[in-house]
Design a protein around this ligand. Structure first.
Ligand SMILES: Nc1ncnc2c1ncn2[C@@H]1O[C@H](COP(=O)(O)OP(=O)(O)OP(=O)(O)O)[C@@H](O)[C@H]1O
Length: 586
């Protein structure tokens, strides 16, 4: 039940891909980036003016060519520049935050799109834990960076550049002194960054492992109880928690080196500027005002460098999260080019092979054409591959080889582009009710549908219960709201399909789990939604095959017979045998 270390995981984007994706976030919003750069530069310039003016006051005062009123004017200018820096930084930060929010919104949409475009087989293989961790914890980590760290780091970088430039302009030797800490910061950061990516990835993966075990235990709680697997699950959880502890300790030990060394690297230039500046002043090489201005710049440098130090860890952590988020896209099925509209409603299955597991082919060279408006029944023994064929025809996954086309366009491409829902819909026994109002649940199939159309679709499915809902179409459904019974959920699903108005329905035993009365009601609902559409019915009851235009018989992943009911009964093959045995049973 619990997943082991061998459980396949979603891939992680390599450093180059992640850097390119990060760069793309900037390129996607060029106006905001230019605005941020301009405002931050102006703010840094205003910030650099203060120490320079104070230095001038001291130098000229020392030289005796400054009156008290001139001191007042210069002091007022210092204040004015400080105020300007405050205002400009505030606007720069506002702009950066808005940039961060927009980038985050794009990233969130991308995660959802990519997760939804994951091939069904991959989603089955990797389980929910890894995917959930990437779309929740990892997105939260990246969002903290985009909201707070990125603006602060950006502003700090610009400030640091301006401060160094200002010290060099004051006195090149003091400028050199101001930079002595940089090699130390460079070395320790390289040391840290070389180790921390893997360490944070391991920490993220370990957290995913814990989430996976908790998820599978919660979902399979009854099985755990029934088979007495409690100890086994506890042990697996203990192991996963120990792994998380080990991974967190590793990242902590990296931080205990980074922080003290960089702290020292900040203090060193301040001391050197004071020492060398003082000596040069005593030698008469530079005025006192230059030493004061230089040390004030060093004092100004502490804050942005500290900001960068504080955020470098967050940056690294979110770099790992960003790579994990981008990794989801590496296995998602996304079409390379814009998807053209299908020429018509003809469905063609050409040489399709498919396996869930290596060396176990479930579909073997399946060929099939379904004409618009045709009713095709797919029959065969359990495990023959009927449902798998239905899933592939509805774009849930892509074939390993061969293609499934509608009007000449691969259905998986249409599904990935979100353009399959109003063409081909798969109806299974699982009817999902989304958390939200009844109207939300209906409008996701047809965003432009009005209340009248929604109520008409529900009425067509005999969903009388809608009239009893406390807030009508505004009633909240799902957990925390009104919980629908299986039959009601099915009516809702079918009404949604009716609104989406696809040309093809793939019915996979849509009514078999219901009790006889609700099954009859459900059959009427299915009949209402089938009218005038192409219907591919994956049928257990051969009456469905009898009433269909054509019947495809599947055996061990192949279509072994294809024809009308009468033709196949006459041929005396596999279908005739199934028909005889079904008739005998009934
Ligand atoms: N998610 C999965 N992972 C691995 N194997 C699977 C998965 N789903 C189906 N299979 C296997 O693929 C084969 C075909 O299954 P499929 O459900 O398509 O057959 P079917 O004809 O629809 O059977 P039934 O009528 O019992 O639903 C079976 O051997 C089944 O065990």
């Amino acid at each position: 039940m619990s997943r082991s270390d061998d459980t396949p995981r979603l891939p992680v984007a390599d450093g180059r891909t992640a850097r390119r994706a990060g760069w793309q976030l900037l390129k996607d919003d060029p106006r905001a980036v230019c605005g941020m750069l301009l405002l931050t530069s102006l703010a840094a310039l205003a910030g650099a003016a203060g120490p320079w003016l104070l230095g001038r006051i001291i130098t000229r005062f020392e030289a005796g060519d400054l009156s008290v009123s001139q001191v007042d004017v210069l002091a007022a200018a210092v204040l004015a520049f400080a105020a300007a820096q405050l205002v400009l930084t505030r606007y720069a930060r506002g702009l950066s935050h808005r940039f961060g929010e927009r980038a985050l919104a794009r990233l969130r949409e991308e995660v959802v799109d990519r997760a939804l475009a994951l091939p069904g087989r991959v989603a089955d293989e990797v389980g929910t834990g890894d995917l959930v961790t990437r779309s929740t914890l990892d997105v939260a980590t990246v969002s903290a960076t985009l909201r707070n760290a990125a603006p602060d780091i950006f502003i700090a970088c610009v400030q640091v550049v301006f401060i160094f430039a200002a010290v060099f302009l004051l006195d090149p030797l003091l400028g050199l002194c101001s930079m002595v800490g940089l090699p130390l910061v460079w070395v320790v950061s390289r040391w840290y960054l070389a180790r921390s990516r893997d360490a944070y990835l391991a920490e993220g993966a370990a957290a995913g492992g814990v989430a996976e075990i908790l998820n599978s235990t919660a979902h399979g709680a009854r099985t755990v109880e029934a088979y007495g697997l409690r100890t086994q699950q506890n042990n697996a959880l203990d192991q996963a928690i120990n792994k998380t502890y080990g991974a967190s300790t590793r990242t902590l030990s990296l931080r205990t080196v980074l922080f003290p060394v960089t702290e020292f690297a900040h203090t060193l230039p301040m001391a050197l500027v004071l020492l060398v500046g003082g000596l040069r002043y005593l030698d008469g090489a530079i005025p006192l005002g230059t030493v004061v201005a230089g040390s004030l710049y060093m004092w100004q440098l502490v804050d942005p460098l500290n900001q960068m130090l504080i955020w470098v860890e967050q940056l690294q952590r979110s770099g790992a999260s960003f790579a994990r988020i981008k990794g989801v896209g590496l296995v998602s099925h996304t079409p390379d080019a814009p998807v053209p509209p299908p020429a018509d409603d003809l469905i063609e299955v050409q040489g399709v092979r498919y396996s869930y597991l290596p060396d176990h082919e479930v579909l073997k060279d399946v060929e099939l054409q379904v004409r618009p408006g045709e009713r095709l029944a797919v029959v065969g023994r359990s495990g023959a591959g009927k449902s798998t064929l239905g899933k592939l025809m509805s774009g849930v996954d892509t074939p390993d080889t061969g293609s499934i086309l509608v009007g000449g366009v691969p259905v998986a491409d249409l599904a990935a582009a979100g353009e399959l829902g109003n063409r081909i819909v798969l109806i299974t026994q699982q009817h999902h009710v989304f958390m939200g109002t009844l109207r939300d649940n209906m409008m996701m199939a047809a965003p432009e549908a009005d209340d009248e159309a929604i109520l008409a679709a529900l009425a067509l499915m005999e969903a009388d219960w809608v009239a009893d809902l406390p807030q009508g179409l505004d009633t909240m459904l799902g957990s925390g709201g009104v919980e629908l019974k299986a039959a009601q959920a099915q009516q809702l699903t079918l009404a949604r399909v009716h609104l989406a108005d696809p040309h093809t329905l793939i019915l996979d035993e849509a009514t078999s789990l219901l009790d006889p009365t609700t099954a009859r009601q459900a059959e009427r609902a299915v009949a209402a939604v089938r009218s005038d559409r192409t219907v591919i019915a994956i049928a257990h009851r051969l009456q469905t095959a009898h009433d269909a235009d054509r019947v495809a018989v599947m055996e061990s992943g192949r279509i072994v017979e294809l024809g009308t009911h009468d033709e196949l009964v006459g041929a005396g093959g596999a279908y005739a045998a199934l028909w005889r045995s079904w008739n005998g049973e009934n």
